[in-house]
Design a protein around this ligand. Structure first.
Ligand code: CA
Ligand code: CA
Ligand code: CA
Ligand code: CA
Length: 597
């Protein structure tokens, strides 16, 4: 099954540009999971399942999240004594896993239910079999990111499905990491012959659901930064846009070409905080469709949505700071305090009526919980499901504490109302760029800032370093250069829209693969048509390989317009690095530049 991509709903200006926003690239795409989220509401009587265990006092204040096969979640607080208890239905707990979240609301890792020797390998059973189980006292290894019962429960409480462990302790391959671990096909299939446990059939599509584990590394897709174990992170991996379709995506921008750790070898977290802690430069975009949440097209099936941040200091806890810069009432850098925002309804094109049949009274959170997403209607679209989305652009507003408090691994519980009551899914902040492309030469001359000048033919030869993400636990160094990003120049002062430069305006791009054929019409590829051939992330260094291409500014602007412009005419543009299309948009790191003829 593929990702359903439609560009029919892209909002175009009369110039053919794309409506511009910092945080919500106006690209209408619905990554269809095609899967349904079963309810996890506790039910009375037969079929009630309880799962209990004791992690110990070290886990006091943590949470244990049952992540269902389809991604639906159920949360138990871990009490002062370190115990947890989950109560749900047999159906909802079949093939569900147990995941630990610490007192800061960051992901720790899975609870292994049982283990088994298969040949020379130790295999971990992580999936519940839809039966009640008392796990008893668990051995918690927080550093290694997993826990396992001190005394193995009867094997019928877990499924026969198993994943390779690192060793006899039962630690899954990616436990204790963000999941960016190479998993070979031999490792993925090493535990295929496990025999312990209850056999439960799963569909072929189960692995790509948020609760699935595509690479068998022990981390469910929703909490794994590299779903398929090839060390291409979800943000840039073209093959996992379905399992990663609900990931929030992040926009970073700067006007400073030195805001890059390979250019500025002394770049410190304080320097990064100075940029990301300023409104307008950094946004976490929540963007999910009814199809994401319900697994099927639905106009009115979702009533309201809000994000439960738990103890994340920027959007949860007692004094959250986050602002929502894109609400149903406004779209601005300043925004509103997110914890006071309870949602609403907005059509994307004010001059067009809402999609026929859509209940426009929906969108407001009746519980006044704040942290709401609003119901956005892409009312120029044809697909009633793809045209109904839930959005928020969140600026963490943590100033000098941004990198300390806003980290990949932050867990969000997205709560939403349906005809069958409240449901929830687990989401995670993924590794993303925290710097922008570092421009080092323009037309062969060293560049450290200021306006760019095209050559006599209106061309700009640009050489630059890749933007960086923070290294995750299990990786070395502070920063990693991001591979696999798509690059392009976006004109931001031609009309009022983001205007892409056609692929024919680019030349000398040997380090990239150019989008061709059907790929070329994908809106992400129109904005950034050159994909870095280096797909994995690499060490940040002043001697790291740079990237380069030449852009024909005259072609971007239009030859006649360019030729008619007087010397000194200015245009603004972005050197843009972006990820693959997730629901509604993509990760984006942009260096904003001014060009003078
Ligand atoms: Ca992984
Ligand atoms: Ca995984
Ligand atoms: Ca993932
Ligand atoms: Ca990957």
């Amino acid at each position: 099954m593929g990702v359903e991509v439609s560009v029919s709903r892209v909002v175009r200006s009369t110039e053919g540009g794309v409506k511009r926003r910092l945080s919500a690239v106006a690209v209408a795409v619905c990554a269809s999971l095609g899967l349904s989220l079963a309810t996890v509401s506790p039910v009375e009587g037969a079929g009630v399942v309880t799962v209990t265990g004791k992690l110990g006092a070290a886990a006091s204040g943590w949470k244990v999240v049952m992540v269902g096969a389809r991604g639906q979640s159920l949360v138990s607080a871990v009490d002062a004594g370190g115990s947890f208890s989950l109560r749900t239905s047999a159906t909802a707990s079949k093939r569900a896993t147990l995941q630990m979240v610490d007192s800061s609301n960051r992901y720790v890792g899975p609870i292994v239910i049982g283990k088994e020797k298969v040949g020379k390998s130790t295999c971990s059973h992580n999936q519940l079999a839809g039966k009640s189980v008392k796990l008893g006292t668990l051995k918690l290894n927080a550093a290694q990111g997993f826990a396992i019962p001190a005394k193995a429960p009867v094997s019928t409480v877990h499924t026969r499905s198993a994943v390779l462990a690192k060793g006899t302790s039962g630690q899954p391959l990616s436990a204790g990491t963000a999941g960016i671990v190479k998993v070979t096909s031999a490792q993925m299939s090493a535990c295929g012959k496990a025999v312990k446990g209850t056999s439960i059939a799963s569909s072929q599509d189960a692995n790509v659901a948020m609760g699935g584990d595509l690479d068998n590394d022990g981390l469910p897709n929703a909490l794994d930064a590299d779903d398929d174990g090839d060390q291409e992170v979800d943000a840039v991996d073209k093959t996992t846009t379905e399992s990663a379709g609900m990931n929030p995506w992040i926009a970073v921008r700067s006007t400073n070409p030195l805001f890059n750790a390979s250019v500025s070898t002394g770049l410190t977290p304080e320097n990064v905080n100075a940029v990301l802690g300023t409104s307008g430069n950094y946004a976490i975009q929540f963007f999910v469709s009814n199809r994401n949440l319900l697994g099927e097209a639905s106009l009115n099936g979702v009533k309201w949505v809000w994000v439960d941040c738990g103890n994340l200091v920027y959007c949860g806890g007692s004094a959250p700071t986050a602002t929502n810069t894109n609400t149903h009432l406004q779209n601005s850098n300043t925004g509103v305090a997110w914890n006071t925002y309870n949602g609403g309804f907005k059509v994307e094109t004010a001059g067009a009526p809402p999609t026929a049949g859509l209940d426009t009274t929906l969108g407001t959170n009746p519980g006044n919980n704040g942290n709401a997403l609003y119901l956005g209607n892409r009312n120029t679209g044809n697909d009633p499901s793809g045209g109904v989305n839930w959005l928020a652009s969140v600026f963490p507003n943590q100033g000098a504490n941004t990198l300390t408090n806003v980290k990949p691994g932050d867990v969000y519980t997205l709560r939403f109302g349906t005809d069958a009551g409240e449901k929830s899914v687990t989401m995670m902040l993924n590794p993303h760029a925290v710097t922008v492309p570092g421009l080092t030469t323009v037309n062969g001359l060293a560049y450290t800032g200021g306006n760019l000048t095209p050559d006599a033919n209106g061309k700009l030869a640009l050489t630059f370093f890749r933007p960086q993400r923070l290294a995750t636990s299990g990786e070395t160094g502070t920063f990693k250069d991001m591979g696999g990003l798509r690059y392009g120049v976006i004109m931001t002062s031609v009309g009022t829209m983001d205007t892409p430069c056609d692929i024919t305006s680019y030349s000398a791009y040997d380090a990239f693969t150019a989008a061709t054929g059907a790929d070329a019409s994908d809106m992400g590829n129109r904005l950034a048509p050159l994909t870095d051939k280096q797909t994995t992330d690499s060490d940040t260094s002043p001697t790291a390989t740079k990237l380069s291409f030449t852009i024909d500014l005259r072609a971007c602007v239009g030859a006649a317009t360019y030729d008619a412009a007087a010397a000194g005419k200015k245009w603004t543009m972005q050197l843009n690095a972006s990820g693959q299309m997730l629901t509604g948009g993509m990760n984006r790191a942009s260096l904003e530049l001014t060009v003078t003829k």
